[in-house]
Design a protein around this ligand. Structure first.
Ligand code: ZN
Ligand code: ZN
Length: 79
């Protein structure tokens, strides 16, 4: 990557520029895993709650509503 201050070519994981010695901010290379369904704030992977508004996110696997749990079918006597 390039130094944000002097534009020198520096290692990607360099925390400081060897040329000008200024600290480098972390490159925003990682795209957000998702967005808050409420406020649209970019969320990190695994975030269960939005750090911005506190709303619960859809990070977890979506589970269908298990309302139809009343199994209408009885175990037939297969004897
Ligand atoms: Zn520099
Ligand atoms: Zn939010």
């Amino acid at each position: 990557m390039k130094c944000q201050f002097c534009n020198s070519e520096i290692p990607d994981d360099a925390m400081f520029c060897p040329e000008c010695g200024k600290g480098q901010e972390k490159p925003q290379d990682t795209s957000p895993a998702g967005f808050c369904p409420k406020c649209g704030y970019p969320l990190e992977s695994g975030s269960l709650f939005c750090p911005e508004c506190g709303a619960r996110t859809d990070a977890g696997p979506e589970m269908p509503k298990s309302e139809t749990q009343s199994a209408p079918f009885q175990a037939a006597d297969t004897n």
